[in-house]
Design a protein around this ligand. Structure first.
Ligand SMILES: *Cc1c(COP(=O)(O)O)cnc(C)c1O
Length: 393
């Protein structure tokens, strides 16, 4: 950043945080109000209704202060039954995180076994795999799944997996952190018991809020299991507040105001329109990557983020620094996990939220220019031609 004159436009195309619309930034600059007031309650009530519509549920969506991980951890600790097993499914860095959380809490929550399904990075877990494990181990009380695994740009068939889990006694906690607001997710229609997202991905807000949608079976489970090992993360307290358009602890008031406006923008455009647009931007990104001869990282690509392996000879940190400093384009690299070491071998570009065709075209032109600088044999203009073809269609 330091070499870039401040008046150059910066394009933040990382898969979280993402760009925030100007109207949302302005709303968040409003003077702070106290949260135990009618004024705040009215804002919170409208936000909650909008959240339920965006989650496609008639049930509560709780707004929790913290990041996506806070919200997901809260669901994990609040819903597991003592003495039961859990099934934690991973195909990337975030799936591994949900595995680690249950490992860490196992003694406190009295978890009998953390059954781990590890799918190779770049592939998606299947409903058949989940069905088999649930058949073999009937005392699994919670299943965790990542709908859009951001670290590998991979989407699974959440609808099919929810259908399988719905036939068992287990609850499904789905990480929709880069799917809600970016690609089709039908919480009630698919029978997703718990759906989690965070504010800084497709919800067009800065980081700081996490959301937990609770379906009928999850609401019943909350009444059934005792509280162990959690205070701030106990969803019962958040649900109790939610019923009165309130929160148990001082909330992120300014973020909540901003989120109401961001969701108003999404709903005014139409959620389906936003999904279709996100898909088109991802299609354009993938077409440009293919035209540059880049190998995709995912065999089951998500529409919220697209990734490719670097060609031989491209050094990740230097490459991304050149994109930032010369072009004002910010993309993500890779992450290391148990399933793969992708820290310096991949690039990822987001198409979530407040991104437009111009952002993608500039990013693809910049990536092409810097790959050519690194010695890659690419005909100049190929990336733009490929992306433009999709975007113009
Ligand atoms: C970003 C992300 C998270 C983590 O969210 P934080 O807000 O960083 O805690 C979890 N899961 C997925 C799929 C993500 O993309």
């Amino acid at each position: 950043m330091s070499q870039v004159p401040v008046f150059y436009r910066q394009r933040l195309l990382t898969p979280g945080p993402t760009q925030v619309p100007e109207a949302v930034l302005l709303e968040m600059a409003q003077p702070i109000i106290h949260h135990r007031t009618k004024q705040f309650q009215a804002i919170f009530a409208e936000l909650s209704q909008r959240l339920s519509r965006v989650f496609r549920t008639k049930n509560p969506v709780l707004t929790i202060t913290g990041s996506g991980t806070t919200a997901f951890e809260a669901a994990q600790v609040s819903l597991v039954k003592p003495g039961s097993r859990v099934l934690t499914i991973s195909c990337g860095k975030f799936g591994e995180r949900w595995q680690d959380i249950y490992d860490r809490y196992a003694p406190v929550l009295d978890i009998k076994e953390n059954v781990k399904l590890d799918v190779p990075w770049g592939q998606a877990p299947t409903a058949a795999q989940v069905e088999q494990i649930l058949k073999d181990k009937p005392d699994i009380s919670v299943v965790t799944i990542v709908h859009s695994e951001t670290s590998t740009a991979t989407a699974c068939d959440l609808k099919a997996i929810a259908a399988v889990v719905g036939k068992s006694n287990a609850l499904l906690i789905a990480d929709g952190i880069t799917s809600v607001g970016a690609m089709p997710v039908e919480m009630d229609g698919w029978g997703v018991d718990v759906l989690v997202t965070g504010s800084q991905k497709a919800m067009m807000l800065p980081p700081g809020l996490g959301y937990v949608g609770l379906g009928e079976r999850a609401l019943a489970r909350l009444e059934e299991v005792p509280v162990r090992g959690a205070y701030n993360l106990d969803l019962r307290a958040w649900l109790k507040g939610w019923k009165k358009n309130d929160v148990p602890f001082t909330p992120g008031v300014s973020l909540i105001r901003g989120q109401r406006v961001a969701l108003e923008m999404i709903e005014n455009a139409g959620l389906e329109t936003v999904w279709a647009r996100t898909r088109k931007l991802a299609d354009a990104t993938r077409a440009a990557m293919a035209a540059m001869g880049l190998k995709p990282i995912s065999q089951s690509p998500s529409d919220s983020v697209s990734g490719a392996f670097y060609p031989e000879g491209v050094e990740d940190s230097k490459f991304r620094a050149a994109l930032r400093d010369k072009h004002g384009v910010h993309i993500a690299g890779g992450q290391d996990g148990r399933g793969a070491k992708w820290k310096s071998s991949i690039m990822r570009v987001s198409s979530m939220g407040y991104v437009d065709a111009g952002d993608i075209l500039v990013a693809m032109a910049a990536i092409e220019a810097e790959l050519i600088t690194c010695g890659c044999k690419i005909a100049p203009g190929s990336a733009l031609a490929a992306a433009g073809k999709v975007l113009g269609a």
